[in-house]
Design a protein around this ligand. Structure first.
Ligand code: HEC
Ligand code: HEC
Ligand code: HEC
Ligand code: HEC
Length: 202
């Protein structure tokens, strides 16, 4: 990067920091405070300090119970999707309203840009469609003992035989709080396909 660009970049970050007191999530599309349906809240559509529907991470939003068309056939939110991705799909599959949190039944649904729908065959595999190999492989980089590949964390999924497997979930690639502020709230930059090449040997 040329020094001049570096300077402009720094100036832009300083400007953003100056106008937003809410950190990385504040400058992301997960800052819901400007939408009417959020009641001006940032954290509350997703978390609550009390009466959570799920202990970790003190989840406040209704979960989806959708049936999906997956790469490997029909699947359900409860049986085929890892629990972290199920949280995301509770807004992003378009079946549960954005404002269905804190026990309320909402009426505002996600717009077309964020709606991955219930046909997941046009999306990168997740959950039972994306079981990460544990054996050495010529197609995939190995996962380590803490189920990470490079800086990316695989997600726990219990298969129908009750065995825990490690899979790719939405939050393997995306950082829900926009940590790092990469484009599309990715966990790392995907410049030169770096994100994809973390797992796939190509
Ligand atoms: C769009 C939904 C969403 C919003 C908005 C959100 N979170 Fe989270 N948060 C999550 C999810 C999902 C996790 C689980 C972490 C993971 O899977 O990587 C999490 C985890 C956490 C955790 C525990 C682990 C960690 O990452 O530190 C804390 C603390 C937390 N959130 C605080 C907050 C606060 C404070 C706010 C508001 C400023 C907030 N979150 C806004 C979805 C959200
Ligand atoms: C409370 C509802 C809600 C939950 C839960 C939620 N999101 Fe979102 N998300 C949204 C909305 C609303 C947008 C903005 C969509 C738009 O601009 O039309 C969005 C946008 C995004 C974007 C686009 C960011 C960009 O800059 O292109 C990504 C990626 C994303 N969410 C991933 C996730 C992931 C991963 C999770 C789970 C860890 C998650 N979301 C959970 C509501 C949610
Ligand atoms: C294998 C990595 C990976 C997984 C898994 C993944 N995404 Fe993404 N996602 C990406 C990348 C890369 C982009 C940016 C695509 C681009 O540059 O056009 C993206 C973009 C998005 C966007 C922005 C779309 C837009 O046009 O604004 C949303 C919303 C989103 N993802 C949600 C999700 C949700 C919800 C899940 C889980 C169901 C998910 N993602 C799983 C890698 C992934
Ligand atoms: C965290 C590891 C991981 C990352 C990062 C990742 N993938 Fe994958 N990818 C997988 C796994 C696991 C599968 C499922 C393989 C299987 O079951 O056959 C898969 C499957 C695929 C497939 C085959 C889909 C099909 O229809 O069978 C394509 C294409 C693909 N990935 C492309 C990408 C691209 C492009 C990126 C970057 C945006 C990416 N992957 C990032 C792990 C990853």
């Amino acid at each position: 990067m040329k020094l001049r660009n570096l300077w402009l970049g720094t100036a832009a970050i300083v400007a953003l920091a100056g106008t937003n007191a809410f950190g990385q999530i504040g400058i992301s599309r997960h800052n819901f405070s400007s939408y009417g349906w959020s009641g001006g809240e940032i954290c509350k559509p997703c978390h609550t300090p009390h009466f959570a529907t799920m202990a970790f991470p003190l989840w406040n939003h209704d979960l989806t119970n959708a049936t999906y068309t997956m790469h490997e056939g029909e699947g359900t939110a409860a049986a085929n999707i890892d629990s972290r991705s199920r949280m995301c799909l509770g807004c992003h599959d378009g079946t549960v309203a954005l404002d269905s949190f804190g026990g309320a039944t909402g009426t505002n649904f996600i717009g077309p840009l964020g709606n991955v729908g219930i046909d997941l065959t046009d999306d990168h595999p997740i959950g039972s469609d994306a079981i990460y190999p544990t054996a050495a492989s010529t197609s995939f980089n190995p996962q380590d003992a803490s189920h990470r590949v490079g800086g990316l964390r695989l997600r726990s999924w219990i298969n129908p035989s009750g065995v825990e497997e490690y899979v790719v979930g939405c939050s393997t690639c995306h950082a829900v709080h926009n940590t790092g502020n990469y484009g599309h709230m990715l966990r790392m930059s995907n410049a030169s396909s770096a994100l994809c090449l973390t797992c796939h040997i190509k």
